[in-house]
Design a protein around this ligand. Sequence first.
Ligand SMILES: [Fe+2]
Length: 187
Amino acid sequence: MGCMEPVAGFERFFDTAERLVADLGPAPAAFARLGDLLRMLAADRALIDESKLGALHQSSAQATILGHGPTGSTLMLSRFSAEAPTPVHNHNSWGVLCVVRGRDRHILWRRLDDGSQAGHAQLHIIESRELDPGDVAWFPDVPADIHSQQGIGEAAWELVYFGRDPNARPRLYFEPDSGRVEERAAL
Ligand SMILES: [Fe+2]
C-alpha cells in the first residue's frame, strides 16, 4: 500500500524533517522539532483535509501512508478507535506523533526480558499519556519502540512520522498479560 513519493504538499516537510534528524540525530531534541513540524501539518486543512480524515473513517483501513522522504522516512495518517486499544506492538523505527482530531491514550511499554526465549516477552508500562489535538509524543528507536494507543470517548486521528518505513518489516505484537509475542506483517 502507499506510494513511494510524497503526496503533493509534503515535499518540504520531508526535506526539513530529514535534515533535522541528519543534524541532531534521532534524539529528543530532533523529536521535539519534528513535533512542531507535525503540529503545523496537523493544523493545515489544505493538506490534512476532510477527505483524508473521512477516508479512514469509512474504510476498514486504519492508517494511510502520506508519503516517504528521500531516505525512507514515512509519514502516516492513522485513526485509533475508542472501542478497543491497538495491540501492543513495535515499528522497527522511532516515531513522532501529533493528534489531529479527537483524544488519544498513548502508552509506552518497555521490554524487560532479553528476547532469548522464543515467543515470550515480559513488558511493563513506562508512560501513559492522554493527548489532545496538537499534542505531541514520541517513541524511541528499537528496541524501545513498543507502544499501544486508543481513542478516548471517540476515535482519534494522528499524524505519525517514522524514521524508517514501519511496514517494510514484520512487527512484533505483544500480549503483556500472557507474556506472548509474535511477529506478523504490519498490515
Ligand atoms: Fe504504532
